[in-house]
Write a protein that binds this ligand. Structure first.
Ligand SMILES: [Zn+2]
Length: 216
């Protein structure tokens, strides 16, 4: 069997490989993924997750749904090109070097993306309701508000993805909502990704970051 270990190099003798580790639970048991925006460090693990058996919906705003498909298809082509280059020039320690995901994996992932309009409630599990709200950052981003109801009342979770005030007129201004019980946030784009190095060529794209939770 060919090794499916990483083609990613971060420097002499160093290998960045967490995306190649098995997902921490069976992917088929993941009920849904909430995608806050289309930067590759947020959507880039979806094809690998789909290949491992995830078949639930990927909930995102309509603009993020469109943009994520473009980003993922472009990423798959770059990964294939990178693996081909590594095999041609022998700079990977893995033979053959393989891409993290293929265009077929992207097809699987894209079919799962389910657009949800900002401000529209979507029931994603028997006691869990999602609402996406505008977030400045890039085109189409959202922060996610998840309300979970139980016998003792309800809890509200919020995930900002990466929220920032819009710098241009292309982004909707962030919208507010009543305070959540719990809030999580992520690092800004650029700090979570590791550039790919290749002899004699510029880094083609940030590497996909690991998908560590329900909202990315
Ligand atoms: Zn981002």
């Amino acid at each position: 069997m060919p090794s499916r270990r990483p083609t990613r190099l971060t420097g002499p003798g160093r290998v960045f490989s967490p995306n190649w580790e098995p997902f921490p639970l069976p992917a088929g048991q993941v009920g849904a993924v909430v995608l806050t925006h289309a930067h590759l460090d947020h959507c880039g693990y979806l094809p690998a997750l789909a290949r491992q058996g995830f078949t639930g919906p990927v909930l995102a705003t309509p603009h993020t749904a469109e943009l994520a498909e473009i980003v993922l298809r472009d990423s798959a082509r770059l990964l294939a090109e990178e693996a081909e280059h590594a095999n041609s020039y022998g700079w990977s320690r893995h033979h053959p070097a393989l891409p993290l995901y293929t265009e077929d994996d992207v097809d699987r992932a894209v079919r799962l993306i389910t657009p949800v309009d900002p401000g529209q409630a979507a029931v994603i599990a028997p006691h869990a309701t999602l609402m996406l709200h505008h977030a400045g950052h890039i085109l189409g981003p959202a922060w996610a508000r998840l309300e979970i109801t139980g016998s003792h009342g309800s809890s509200i979770l919020a995930c900002t993805g990466t929220s920032a005030a819009p710098r241009t007129g292309c982004c909707a201004r962030p919208t507010r909502s009543p305070g959540p019980t719990c809030c999580s946030s992520s690092r800004r784009t650029g700090t979570a990704s590791t550039p790919t190095s290749r002899p004699g060529r510029p880094s083609p794209a940030p590497s996909p970051g690991p998908c560590s939770g329900a909202a990315q």
